[in-house]
Ligand binder design. Structure first.
Ligand code: WTA
Length: 641
């Protein structure tokens, strides 16, 4: 009986899907295993290179170089090369605005022209090869245009998610010392308007490296423009030259920096380079997301996160696909917005996230009714573990049982998909990301750092280099080495827990470090803590992620006050604002608990496990005997009442 209860259904690839899949020969796994460098070399040959490489891989742990000596340009691959192959009149970006049915489409030729112009705008502002450019924008077409323009001239872009606060933007600009910031007056989202330029102005009070700001117009309201520094996008573009050659970039030149949360308060500037990144992003888009020439492909992530970089912009465009960029939210103007969009545009591939699927599930199937979703042929998810029930719901109600679901595991650091089914080949199991992509090798290690044999649970490890791996942390190689390589030497320590079953399938269970995953957004506990202690009434704060049915994790903050402020509603509001101001609204605590003390070990380390237990209402908090003062636990329980 037990076995029956825990048994998970498996799903063979639907026959019709398997017949047309980009990859339908299971020998790819063995072939890649025998010679993984050779496997990736074949994938690299699918790109356009000005000059091919002399060596596939130079691995001097923790430093990797892929396609050494090769020369290419990412924007050329995504634009000119597509036009050369006859896709000039094909839609490259299909942009749908916050209001249903409004939007704009760019063909590959049109997109190429816009990118060339904006590349010249950047050059005109003194941006050269190797100069980082900060981009802080809503989900408007100018965002991918700016990224591609940077790639064209070899300027690494640093995109900062548009919901980050001015303070967060300031820190990211200062870390990479960008000379130019590209932003917008603002943008509507879910019927509300956000004002990016206003936030940017906050940041710009203290960003000495910035000489120029380019502002795209989306909202059209008055915004303060600083003479000599701020320029309207449209004015500069109107004067820019049409032609702009694509810079020949070295395979290992930086394509972008993307800041990501880690265990400490300071976000890490994850560095991705050119040849290896595009090789793996292009291949995984074709193999896992099965993108083909006639697809209307929709990745619903914001471009401000890595998923948007790799699978809304670079992956689909380097494959010559039509990629949908959506400005709005799943619930505006009604709960059926995604289904309406899929129906109107005939979306064939829909790449979503567990948090979004769980929100849909909660609403029931009513919003789906009356929408023809028969264009869909593949579904994907990314960002956090997907519980089997949500997987099944997605498969049955959105995919009508006909679409394979690809659960894709990867990270900002990995650059591209690492563990996922090949939808024409792999039998799927709800909740499992299944097998490593061909050429990728992962394992599970125990707490003593020994590999586990067969089925088991432990720490996920990547055992050899991969083309789209991060190369370093911007200007901080020591932190790069310490964070990812110190523990295992030549193997990458993921900081995710995972379980492997008898079939060799992997289920990722979540982060094992102090990073929370809230609705698929990575937020460091320390970042929120340092925001809170920035408030004058806070003496100390400890933040944890509590399991949450909808968001995956919800942020709970324990706060010790100083002075004579009462922990009342008013103060909760102030603290929420404090977090909103220093990080952004997505990092606001769900619950703030005022407490006289925190559970600390004798060496002064906060026992987060206990805080998590209290926040989740667990009766048994495990061994608390190592606490300096075990009575704190009762205080905490009382404080939460
Ligand atoms: C989690 C997002 C389970 C994981 C691409 C990882 C997942 C972190 C999955 C990276 C998945 C991502 N199943 N967990 N399919 N995908 N994660 O850097 O904990 O924003 O380490 O990259 O998200 O988040 P990041």
């Amino acid at each position: 009986m037990m076995a029956e209860e825990t048994e998970i259904r498996t799903y063979e690839p639907p026959e019709e899907f398997a017949r047309q899949a980009n990859v339908d020969d299971a020998s790819v796994y063995d072939e890649a295993e025998k010679d993984y460098e050779g496997f990736w070399e074949k994938r690299a040959k699918e790109l356009h290179w000005f000059k091919e490489w002399d060596q596939v891989l130079n691995w001097d742990p923790p430093e990797a170089e892929w396609f050494v000596g090769g020369k290419l340009n990412v924007a050329y691959n995504c634009l000119d090369y597509q036009v050369e192959q006859g896709r000039g009149d094909k839609t490259a970006i299909l942009w749908e605005s916050d209001e249903p049915g409004e939007g704009k489409a760019y063909t590959y030729s049109e997109l190429t022209a816009e990118v060339k112009k904006f590349a010249n705008v950047l050059k005109g502002l003194g941006v050269g090869k190797g100069d980082p450019v900060a981009i802080y924008m809503p989900m408007i077409p100018e965002l991918p245009i700016a990224m591609l323009a940077c790639a064209r001239i070899g300027a690494p872009h640093s995109v900062v998610f548009g919901a980050f606060s001015g303070d967060s933007l300031r820190d990211r600009i200062n870390d990479c010392e960008a000379k130019v910031l590209v932003t917008a007056d603002g943008g509507p989202r879910g019927g509300k308007t956000a004002y990016h330029k206003k936030n940017a102005d906050e940041a710009l009070k203290d960003t000495p490296s910035i000489d120029s700001v380019v502002v795209a117009k989306r909202v059209g309201e008055d915004v303060p423009m600083t003479e000599g520094r701020d320029h309207w996008w449209e004015d500069l573009a109107a004067e820019a030259e049409d032609e702009c050659p694509a810079e020949e970039m070295d395979s290992e030149d930086i394509l972008f920096i993307l800041y990501s949360s880690g265990s400490t308060g300071k976000p890490k500037g994850i560095v991705h380079t050119t040849g290896g990144y595009l090789t793996q992003v292009k291949a995984t888009t074709r193999w896992v997301l099965d993108v083909k020439d006639d697809d209307v492909y929709w990745c619903q992530a914001d471009i401000g996160w890595v998923t948007g970089h790799s699978y809304l912009v670079y992956g689909p465009l380097s494959n010559g696909a039509t990629t949908v960029q959506f400005e709005g939210t799943p619930s505006y103007p009604g709960p059926d917005r995604h289904w309406d969009l899929i129906e109107r545009h005939g979306v064939t591939i829909y790449y979503s996230a567990p948090t979004v699927i769980r929100a849909f599930m909660k609403q029931g199937t009513e919003p789906l009714e009356g929408h023809d979703l028969s264009s869909l042929r593949l579904l994907g998810t990314v960002g956090e573990p997907i519980n089997p029930r949500a997987w099944e719901w997605f498969h049955n109600n959105v995919g009508k049982g006909n679409c394979p679901v690809v659960d894709t595991w990867w990270q900002t650091e990995t650059g591209a998909i690492m563990i996922a089914p090949l939808p024409g080949l792999t039998k799927t199991k709800p909740g499992s990301a299944t097998r490593p992509f061909p050429g990728i090798s992962v394992d599970i290690y125990d707490e003593e750092d020994n590999p586990i044999e067969g089925a088991g649970k432990g720490n996920l490890v990547i055992t050899r280099p991969w083309p789209s791996m991060l190369r370093t942390i911007y200007k901080d190689p020591e932190r790069y080495r310490k964070t990812y390589w110190e523990r295992l030497g030549d193997k990458y320590f993921v900081e995710d827990g995972a379980e492997r079953d008898e079939d060799g399938y992997y289920t990722i269970t979540g982060r094992i470090d102090d990073v929370m995953n809230v609705s698929g957004h990575r937020i460091g506990t320390m970042e929120v803590e340092s925001a809170l202690v920035g408030h004058e009434s806070v003496a100390e704060a400890a933040v944890i992620g509590r399991n949450d049915e909808d968001k995956g994790q919800a942020i709970v903050a324990y706060v010790i006050l100083e002075g004579d402020r009462e922990g009342d509603e008013e103060l909760i509001k102030e603290l929420n604002n404090q977090v909103r101001k220093s990080i952004g609204p997505h990092a606001r605590p769900e619950e703030i608990i005022f407490t006289p003390d925190l559970p600390k070990t004798r060496s002064g380390k906060i026992m987060r496990r206990v805080l998590r237990g209290v926040a989740e209402g667990q009766e048994d908090l495990g061994d608390t005997s190592t606490l300096a003062d075990p009575s704190v636990v009762d205080d905490l329980k009382a404080a939460r009442q």
